[in-house]
Ligand binder design. Structure first.
Ligand code: FAD
Length: 410
């Protein structure tokens, strides 16, 4: 039987572990914490079937100026942190040129197309149907100009990729979401996407499924990973763990982890925050307020407000700037009462400059595999990209073209 150690039990690690297991591999999953308690816990919980094009970096001077002077809340820049981000951002800028972004989107769309069906299969196998909410999610636009532009873009995505959406007038939005006290200029309803009422609970359910199918989850640090003969070994607290292959699925921690092995991956680290709110009434589906760059998502714990991208010093504590603006803006749309937590949660979206995850074998180490860099849609992509990785590790024909995701591109 072939054997693998998967390092990192977020959605990416779990997706890979479950697919390897289905192909007959003996798999040990290692995480220094409980499975799915980091980035895969704190997100907006949307399985984004509509996200066929990854987010490019704005390239027009007006948008860049808006970010620089803090006029937009999608992106917040801590200027003292610039030197931590400038290298990866310059590469992100380069890949965001329209022609390059169009090529990247072809690859992205090829795998996003399989993301929801892969989750649906696992949700059913894990018995986690109660956490899943079909019905899509909505993007509210506050003025007519923005709404018209968004409607034209939705039409473009329908023509190019067949993405289903519905244009909702303010009246239709108000009828669908009676809790909203203001409906702006209406919304785009992305109909095919799903949302999850507790993202951490879904990763826990996938970890339980992995265990039920005979997998082992060990609580250990990954730092002792070393090459041993033709395989790999981790010196865990309860003894050595050996396997013929190792998979690095450490989310935003992957580049630092790989440095001692000689790999230098540029990563665009986009921090995001959330806090849960109680209110007399809530929305039934997640809602993105486009003008203010945040999502309000109904969750088991309350209404979760999640922010866009913050560029801060990597180890800095929480800054409330972006979240406070998001919460004020949410208060214009809903009657919010009080937050459940004083301190917000925060985590980092692990984004690659070319907006594509890294899926494939390490260029200079036999039996070492990479599975990270899933950016804004890692919760969506984990199971589908885990399938691609497992197919490559098992020598199968990949279900989507694998080359755009290959680590060798860096
Ligand atoms: C605010 C916000 C909202 C988001 N909303 C969405 C959304 O709606 N839909 C969507 O698809 N995506 C969303 N994302 C993105 C998504 O959450 C991430 O892309 C995804 O969770 C990344 O998964 P991962 O498994 O790569 O990383 P993680 O979930 O962070 O997992 C990495 C694991 O590695 C472990 N680890 C790290 N270092 C070590 C070590 N040295 N030893 C052992 N273990 C270690 C950690 O404990 C962790 O469990 C959002 C992100 C944010 C921040």
């Amino acid at each position: 039987m072939r054997s693998a150690i998967v390092l990192g039990a977020g959605m990416a690690g779990l997706g890979a572990a479950l697919h390897l297991q289905e192909r007959g591999w003996s798999v040990i999953l290692i995480d220094r914490g409980q499975p799915g308690r980091e980035t895969s816990y704190g997100n907006s919980g949307i399985i984004q079937a509509e996200a066929v094009e990854p987010y490019p970096m704005p390239r027009d001077w007006r948008s860049l100026l808006d970010i620089a002077i803090g006029r937009t809340n999608d992106v917040h820049f801590e200027w003292g942190a610039l030197h931590h981000h400038v290298g990866p951002l310059l590469r992100y800028w380069w890949y965001s040129a329209p022609r390059r972004h169009a090529a990247v989107s072809q690859a992205y769309a090829s795998i996003i197309r399989h993301a929801l069906p892969e989750h649906q299969r696992l949700i059913a196998a894990a018995g986690a149907e109660a956490l899943a909410r079909p019905g899509g999610f909505r993007v509210l636009h506050r003025d007519t100009r923005a709404m018209d532009k968004a409607a034209a873009n939705a039409e473009r995505l329908r023509t190019l990729y067949g993405v289903r959406s519905k244009i909702m007038s303010p009246g239709e939005l108000g009828a669908a979401e009676p809790a909203l006290t203001s409906c702006g200029a209406g919304a785009i309803h992305w109909e095919a996407s799903w949302s999850i009422s507790d993202p951490g609970a879904l990763t826990t359910a996938y970890a339980d499924l992995f265990r039920r199918r005979g997998g082992t989850v060990r609580r250990d640090g990954a730092e002792t990973l070393t090459q041993a003969g033709s395989g790999w070994i981790v010196h865990g607290e309860a003894g050595p763990i050996e396997a013929e292959a190792a998979v690095v699925a450490l989310g935003p921690w992957s580049p630092d982890f790989l440095r001692p092995l000689g790999y230098r991956f540029p990563m665009v680290r986009k921090r995001g925050y959330h806090r849960h709110w109680r209110g007399r009434r809530t929305v039934s589906l997640p809602l993105l307020d486009a003008a203010n760059g945040y999502v309000m998502a109904p969750m088991a714990k309350g209404l979760r407000i999640t922010t866009g991208a913050e560029f801060s010093v990597p180890d800095a504590g929480a800054s409330l700037t972006q979240l406070a603006r998001a919460e004020r803006a949410a208060g214009e749309l809903l009657d919010l009462e009080a937050p459940y937590e004083n301190q917000p949660w925060f985590g980092t979206r692990p984004c690659m400059p070319d907006m594509l995850p890294v899926i494939g074998e390490a260029p200079r180490h036999r039996g070492l595999w990479f599975h990270f860099g899933h950016g804004h849609q890692g919760f969506t992509l984990g199971p589908a990209s885990g399938r691609l990785l497992a197919e490559r590790m098992s020598g199968e024909t990949p279900f989507v073209p694998a080359e755009p995701f290959d680590p060798a591109r860096y």
